[in-house]
Design a protein around this ligand. Structure first.
Ligand SMILES: [Zn+2]
Length: 386
C-alpha cells in the first residue's frame, strides 16, 4: 500500500488536520475512500454504527469533484464528511461513467461494455468492468449489456453486500464487501433471470417467491462465479438429523460443507466457473439435486417444494419419508469426488426433466440514476448478504 506525505490544514476552530497528498499535492482517491470508510456515527448494541449509507443518500448543498482536490479544498469535508459537503462518487452519486479504455478487452466485449453504465470512483469502475469480463463469456456479456444496466458502487447497510432492484436494470454493490466476483455474479444473476428473454425454464427465470429466486440465484452464482461469495444462504438450508428424525438448522461447518459440495456439483467437480449455456445448463440440470434447492427463506416450505408447484417436472421434497433412508455423512474425504452424482450430506432424487412452462418475462428499461433518486427503500433488497 502506498504511503503518502501529509499536509497540515488548520481549521477556523483551531483544529489541525493532517491530510495525505500525492506528488502533485492532490488528495489521492484511495485515501479519500479510506477516510470515508472510517466514519462512524453513534453506537448501537455496543457496536459502532456506520453512517455512510445515510450520508450517501443525503444530498449536501455543495458537491466537490473527486479529482484534483487540495488539502485546503477538502478540509471541511475531511473534518466531517456528513456535514454539508459531498464528494462525487464517494458520498454522493454522480454522472454514470462509461470508461472502457482502462481494461484490456476484445472489440466485441468493448461494444457490450459501452452499454453498461457505472457510478463509482475511477478505481471502482475499472474493478467492476474487469470482473464483468472474467465472469461472463462474450455472448453472456452481450446479453447482460442489452438491458443497458446501471451498476452503482456505494456504501450499503452493513448486512447487505449487494442488491438488485426488481423490474429495473440496476445493481448496487457495497463498496467494501460487495465489489467482488461472487457478489456481482449473484446480483447479475438476479438481473439476468429477470431480463434475459432467451431463458425459458422456471429454474432459470425470475420468480416472485423469494425462496425460489434466491435458491436458483445462488445456484447460478455457484456455477458461474470465479469466486462465489459467502452469501449466507447455506445457513438457511435445513439438514436431516437422523437421531432426532427431523430437519434442523445446519451448523456452520455443515453449511460450509454444503456450499462446497454444491460448488462441486455445479462445476462438475472442476471448481472452475462455467460460462454461457454450459453454466445455465448446469443450473437447470443440477439444481433439483443440490443442497441449495432445500433453501428455506421467507417461506414455510423449501424452495424445491415451492418449485414443484409451478414446475411439474420437479418432485417436491417429501419430509421426512425420503430423507429417512439417507445416511448423513460428513464428506471431507470426498473432496475430489465428481459430484454430479448425489450430494453427500442430505439429498433427494427429484426429477430433472426439462420443463416447457413459459412465463412472460418482464421487460426492463435502462434506468439512469438521477441525483434526485434517493435510493433508499425503493428496490427490493435481493438478499441479506448479497
Ligand atoms: Zn440474492
Amino acid at each position: 500500500m502506498t504511503s503518502y506525505k501529509t499536509k497540515e490544514v488548520k481549521l477556523k476552530s483551531g483544529k489541525v488536520l493532517r491530510i495525505p497528498v500525492d506528488s502533485k499535492g492532490h488528495v489521492p482517491e484511495s485515501e479519500i475512500i479510506k477516510h470515508f470508510n472510517n466514519q462512524r456515527e453513534g453506537v448501537k448494541n455496543g457496536r459502532k454504527r456506520r453512517c455512510n449509507t445515510k450520508d450517501y443518500d443525503k444530498f449536501a448543498e455543495k458537491t466537490l469533484p473527486l479529482k484534483g482536490l487540495t488539502p485546503r479544498e477538502i478540509a471541511k469535508w475531511w473534518n466531517c464528511p456528513a456535514d454539508g459537503i459531498d464528494i462525487e462518487y464517494v458520498d454522493t452519486p454522480a454522472k454514470p461513467q462509461i470508461n472502457t479504455d482502462k481494461v484490456h478487452m476484445t472489440a466485441a466485449r468493448k461494444k457490450s461494455q459501452e452499454k453498461i453504465k457505472i457510478i463509482g470512483t475511477p478505481a471502482e469502475e475499472t474493478k467492476v468492468r474487469t470482473i464483468l469480463n472474467t465472469t461472463y463469456s462474450e455472448k453472456d456479456l452481450e446479453r447482460f449489456a442489452s438491458g443497458n444496466p446501471l451498476i452503482i458502487v456505494r456504501p450499503l447497510p452493513s448486512s447487505c453486500n449487494g442488491r438488485h432492484f426488481r423490474n429495473s436494470a440496476r445493481i448496487d454493490l457495497e463498496r467494501n464487501g460487495g465489489n467482488t466476483a461472487g457478489v456481482l455474479a449473484h446480483e447479475g444473476s438476479h438481473y439476468m433471470r429477470e431480463f434475459d428473454k432467451t431463458r425459458n425454464d422456471p429454474i432459470l427465470k425470475a420468480n416472485q417467491k423469494a425462496c425460489i429466486e434466491e435458491s436458483c440465484t445462488v445456484a447460478e452464482e455457484m456455477a458461474r462465479s470465479p469466486d462465489p461469495s459467502d452469501n449466507g444462504y447455506y445457513d438457511k438450508v435445513p439438514v436431516w438429523d437422523k437421531d432426532e428424525q427431523k430437519w434442523r438448522k445446519p451448523t456452520i461447518s455443515e453449511a460450509r460443507q454444503m456450499a462446497k459440495e454444491d460448488r462441486d456439483l455445479f462445476t462438475y467437480g472442476r471448481n472452475k466457473p462455467l460460462k454461457g449455456n454450459e453454466a445455465l445448463e448446469s443450473v437447470r440440470k443440477n439444481w433439483p439435486k443440490s443442497h441449495i434447492s432445500r433453501l428455506k427463506y421467507k417461506s414455510s416450505t423449501m424452495a424445491i417444494s415451492d418449485m414443484a408447484k409451478i414446475n411439474p417436472s420437479i418432485t417436491p421434497l417429501s419430509i421426512p419419508k425420503e430423507a429417512r433412508d439417507i445416511k448423513p455423512q460428513r464428506s471431507t474425504q470426498n473432496k475430489n469426488k465428481r459430484s454430479n452424482k448425489q450430494s453427500t450430506l442430505f439429498t433427494t432424487k427429484p426429477g430433472t426433466k426439462r420443463s416447457t412452462t413459459k412465463k412472460k418475462s418482464t421487460s426492463l428499461g435502462a434506468m439512469i440514476q438521477k441525483r434526485a433518486d434517493k435510493m433508499s427503500g425503493k428496490g427490493s433488497r435481493s438478499k441479506k448478504k448479497t
